[in-house]
Each structure stands twice: as C-alpha cells, then as structure tokens.
Design a protein around this ligand. Structure first.
Ligand code: URA
Length: 411
C-alpha cells in the first residue's frame, strides 16, 4: 500500500474506515513531532481512530513510529534483563515503589518511567516527590547510572523519550480521545520500547478505583497490549487486578512511601498488596529469564524481601537520586506528616461490605493530596491512614480510617 498524498487524505481514509499504510503512519508521526501536522489534524486523526479503530498491524506501526520519534535507551553490559511494570492507575497503589527494588534484588534492572496522579488516582512520581531531595526528573545520564548502581530507578518521563506520544497525548487529553484502545496501546508501549526494555508486565486495574474501565474493556486493552507488544518484540504479560478497594493501608503521598518502606523492611505487609506485588514481580522474573516458573519467581521475591536486599535496593535508589541516605532506617525524620489527625469511627459496629475507592481517592485529592489539572501543586503530607478493607470489622473503637489534614476544618 502506498502513502496518502496529504495528511488530510490520510485522515479522510481513516475517517471512512480504510486501513493506513506503514508509510502513512510514519509520515503522520514525523509531522506530529516537527509540527507540520497541526493540532487540529492530530485531533481529527485521533477522533477517526477513536471511532474506526486500528488493525493490530496499524497499531504496531504507530507504536514503532512513536518509539523512534525520540531517544531509544540502550543498556549495554548491565548483566541482567531490563524489566518494568506499567499500571493503569488507581487508589493507594504503591506496588511500583516495592516491585522495582524487589525485582532489582532478584537480578533484574528496572528503569521505571512513571507519571503524576490526576483526579482520584495517585501517581508514583508524586509519592516519590514527598522524599526530600529525590530527583524525579534526572537527565538521562543520571537516570542510567542510578539504574546501574541501584538496579532500579523510578523517574518521570524525559522530553526526549517518545516526544510524538507527548504531543499526541496532550491533544487527546483535551479532545475526548484518550479512551481509544489502539491509541492507549501505542502510547504506553512506545514509551516502554523507548526505555529499552526486554520485558514488561502490565497491571490493568478493574473496579471502583480504576479509570472508567469495564471488565470487558480492561480485557480488550490487555489483549491489544499483548498482541502489539508481541509484534514489536517486547515480551509482555498482562494481569487484571482488583481496584474495588484501596490497595494497602494508606492513601496519600508521604503515607504511601512510609507504607512501602514498612513493607520492604517487613514491619508491616498488607495481604492484598503482597499478593498483587508478588504476582506481577514473579511474572517479570519469569519473562526476564530470572525464574523458571511462577513458583520459583515467588520464592525469589520472598528471599529478596526476607534477606533485606530489596529494602537495600530501595535505599540505594533514593540515595543515588539525591534523597536521604537513612530514609529506610528513619522514615519519620524525613517524610512530612500533616499536623491534624482525626480518627473516623462509626457510631455502631459492623462489617465493611463495599468501598467506593474512587470516592476515597477524591477525598485525598480534596485534602490537597491530588490534583485536578496536571500543573496543580499537591500536598504530600495529607491523606488517609489505616483504611479498613472489605470484610473488616469497624466500630467506635475501630475507626474506618485516620484522616491526616492541614487543619481541623479540612479534616
Ligand atoms: N496512559 C498512557 O501512557 N497513555 C494513554 O493513552 C493512556 C494512559
């Protein structure tokens, strides 16, 4: 198939349901990066894809072209597989903070590019932003040397990784075209391929705290990601995990870093958080050739936690990226804590039978711990601690949660 003569022809073809060629897509992506494709044209293209979809081949070409639109990282001579996890967003989910050092302790290298939270969901980058001195936006050299030294580094997206996605995503964000499975697939995978990964595990969240994904949509997204990642040569698995309640005990940025540290050191481990982290990390170890099967993967994870090696990797990552060297030993000295604590206890006792996890996320955002627009500042100190889960008993002496707020009024 030959390339369409103009961008308008290409958009018309997709609007009318025709398949695009690899050349069409390559030219469009080049134009998105150099600005010769206007914002209006990129938006029209995204809307045409939203309604008409894309074949797996078209989506792979889009993914590849967006990957090559900027720097593609290489990791020569590290002596282990390059692995990462991506999740679709939720409430109280601090799995990335735990999984990256666990996988590093088991022999992998994890260059994790994370995002900020929006609306009801938390972002890994905001959580790390509560660690004084931690550089969430290092240049590529510092990022690469942190991965080499600590085995893992969690940072924000740099301007030179997949710049085509950066521009297209910002246009999709304001033109109601985010919720397109081929566009989401290409967006996620182009950034992962640009990070130079050998293998990826996707954590697709389902339930009241996830982005508006029905079970069917989550499954379709997983299938699309697996098909395109397979075509692009990236070993990938996808798990659908439960977000019908918050994950772990705490929700809020500094509180979640504290929980991740307590998990890594063994001071306290919430069972669901443990199960989800183990399932994702063991898949990664198998994909990366560090374990023969899931059982061996789980054993390697348990060893990384029990030996303290995973906690050491986390401590090293924090130190090499500019944070306090003794954060793991003395988190209370460094993580901010909101001045007002208010335990929320019901008048009568009972069992928790359901949680609107989205509403929990919105409460934390309203306290100042989240944002409505991506440029909003957030307060790392606020949040909800010890949020009880489904099936747990609550009463006058067993609060549903403890609110951490800046003032009594806010609490
Ligand atoms: N996350 C991404 O990185 N891209 C999308 O399109 C949606 C979610």
């Amino acid at each position: 198939m030959t390339a369409r003569a103009t961008t308008a022809e290409l958009i018309r073809a997709k609007r009318d349901g025709a398949a695009l060629s690899e050349e069409d897509i390559g030219r469009l992506v080049a134009g998105i990066v150099d600005g010769s494709v206007s914002e209006g044209q990129a938006a029209a293209f995204a809307m045409a894809v939203y309604f008409r979809g894309m074949s797996c081949a078209e989506c792979t070409w889009l993914t590849r072209a967006m990957t090559r639109s900027g720097t593609v990282l290489a990791w020569p001579d590290l002596g282990g597989p390059i692995l990462d996890k991506h999740w679709t967003g939720g409430v109280g989910d601090k799995v990335s903070l735990i999984l990256a050092p666990v996988v590093a302790a088991a022999g992998g290298f994890v260059p994790m590019i994370s995002g900020r939270g929006l609306g009801h969901t938390g972002g890994t980058l905001d959580k790390l932003g509560s660690i004084p001195g931690y550089d969430t936006t290092p240049d590529v050299r510092r990022f690469q040397s942190a991965v080499r030294d600590a085995g893992c580094a969690i940072v924000g997206q740099t301007a030179d990784l997949a710049p085509a996605d950066r521009r297209l995503y910002s246009i999709r964000d304001v033109t109601a075209t985010v919720e397109s499975i081929p566009l989401i697939t290409a967006s996620i995978l182009s950034k992962k391929l640009a990070a130079g990964l050998d293998a990826l595990v996707m954590d697709i969240k389902v339930g009241s705290g996830a982005f508006a994904l029905s079970f069917q949509t989550a499954r379709a997204l997983g299938e699309s990601l697996l098909a395109v990642a397979g075509d692009a040569g990236l070993r990938t698995t996808a798990l659908l995990t439960d977000m019908s309640q918050t994950l772990g005990h705490h929700v809020g940025n500094a509180l979640e870093v504290l929980e991740a540290i307590e998990f890594l050191t063994g001071a306290r481990r919430e069972a669901r958080l443990h199960a989800v982290t183990s399932a994702l990390a063991s898949d990664l170890l198998v994909l990366g050739g560090l374990a023969r099967d899931g059982g061996e993967g789980v054993a390697a994870i348990d060893k990384a936690l029990a030996s303290g090696t995973a906690a050491e990797r986390f401590a090293k990552m924090v130190k090499v990226l500019g944070g306090p060297a003794d954060l793991v030993e003395h988190p209370g000295r460094h993580l901010v804590r909101a001045p007002v604590e208010l335990a929320v206890a019901p008048e009568t006792s009972g069992l928790i039978t359901g949680i609107d996890a989205r509403a929990v996320g919105l409460v934390v955002a309203a306290l100042g711990g989240g944002r409505q627009a991506i440029e909003d500042a957030i307060d790392p100190a606020v949040g909800l601690a010890d949020v009880r889960g489904i099936g747990e008993r609550v009463g006058r002496d067993r609060p549903i949660a403890v609110v951490y707020a800046r003032s009594r009024g806010a609490a």
